[in-house]
Design a protein around this ligand. Sequence first.
Ligand SMILES: Cc1cc2nc3c(=O)[nH]c(=O)nc-3n(C[C@H](O)[C@H](O)[C@H](O)COP(=O)(O)OP(=O)(O)OC[C@H]3O[C@@H](n4cnc5c(N)ncnc54)[C@H](O)[C@@H]3O)c2cc1C
Length: 473
Amino acid sequence: MASSPSPFPSQTWDVIVVGGGNAALCAAISARRLGASVLVLEAAPKFYRGGNTRHTRNMRCAHDAATEILTGPYTEDEFWDDLQRVTQGQTDEDLARFMIAESKEMLTWIVEQGVRFQPSLGGTLSLGRTNSFFLGGGRAMLNALYRTAETLGVEVRYDSEVVGLEIADGHLSAVQVRCGSAAARLAARALVAASGGFEANIGWLKEGWGEIAENFLIRGTPYNRGTVLRMLIDHGATQIGDPTQCHAVAIDARAPKFDGGIITRLDCVVYGIVVNRNAERFYDEGEDIWPKRYAIWGRLVAAQPDQIAYIIFDASSLKLFMPSLFPPIAADSIAELARKLDLPEQKLVATVESFNAAVQPGTFDPLNPDGCRTEGLTPRKSNWARKIEQGPFYAYPVRPGITFTYLGVKVDKAARIIMGDGAPAANMFAAGEIMAGNVLGRGYAAGIGMTIGSVFGRVAGKGAATHARHSHA
Ligand SMILES: Cc1cc2nc3c(=O)[nH]c(=O)nc-3n(C[C@H](O)[C@H](O)[C@H](O)COP(=O)(O)OP(=O)(O)OC[C@H]3O[C@@H](n4cnc5c(N)ncnc54)[C@H](O)[C@@H]3O)c2cc1C
């Protein structure tokens, strides 16, 4: 088949940015503001531009005082403490502290690029002090960044998947891109790889998780397949992070395989019990407040038979949480619920009965750890334990929902990719999910995905433009 004429201007670009999400746009804007010619290559069609960033709502930044929209200070030290706790120390301290310090400026820099914030929304994991919410959500945020980038003269091409990198001795000379039936080789003085993780590549997930990864749902874009990440590693970039480490939550099992986004999340675990396919409980549902525990449930469900679980609760809890897009499955008795869920009926009845028998008297407080607990039950439920006895009875089926992967390329504070010999690449930079593993060895603090992308995107764009200017000379 004859190939179509190339949709790409033939020139040597100062900076080619691969990806079309937050990290890519921050890089493109900052490079362009330094006078570089910048081309953004986004694999997705225009409507789906912006990868996982489309689904986001907020960003975590340090700040020393309350702002118009943030209720109080969130110091660098506190941010660092939070990061250290959630990662259990598996983070590059130098890089993480750098990111946290830079995050302060993000609150104004990102606004200068056209993004608007709004006060924290209700039902959003109590983040009003630490996280700034995008007015209109991630899509509106992206629209603002694209508008600014294009106004500044950044060229953007959609449906343009980078399929090859020409790299010799740690130096990139060109990228190969496919756009429909057209293919092109585009020369560049510098590269910013901002093409996300590999969460949408089930084959790659299986390398870490085994066959069970077939049962995972991917909460975000199907375009983050790790193609560029793989090529960089194959060309000698230093890999960082564990292939099974990722952000994974329990989401409605009826969600689509990809791109279900935020509306499939379920926040009712703490108000009920969670059973597996054998109708057995397997973890303390009331261990801590939901914002501190929601990101462990993807992994917990992944460890259950067939990677499925069911949140069971009764009418008294129905109005306590933000519902999923899908209605809960309802029944007038636990036995009927078991039949509807195809769970062993006697077993579910017995599990609920023994749970109810173990519940201790207490004063229920839906928003704070209330000490309402079970006694003599394994696993125990430490808070919010109330008898499941008031029909109708409800259930949500849940599966692991993968948000994004952590394995990536190692970078330094200038976002330069570190090659196998330990030296930074001269003209290759990385930002966002593709290097998240530098900061997130494990665990997660809400809103940090966007911090990683914004801070390192801006730094990468600056570094790439500066390198390009010097190579002109
Ligand atoms: C449902 C959901 C909600 C979330 N909510 C939040 C939140 O509120 N706050 C937060 O901080 N984080 C949140 N996250 C995580 C956050 O989305 C990511 O950490 C962040 O958006 C990553 O930005 P990025 O630019 O690195 O990647 P992305 O925004 O995913 O962009 C990657 C881009 O690369 C493109 N691409 C991939 N391969 C190629 C290729 N070969 N050639 C060309 N282009 C390619 C993709 O099309 C995509 O545009 C959420 C994620 C999900 C899924």
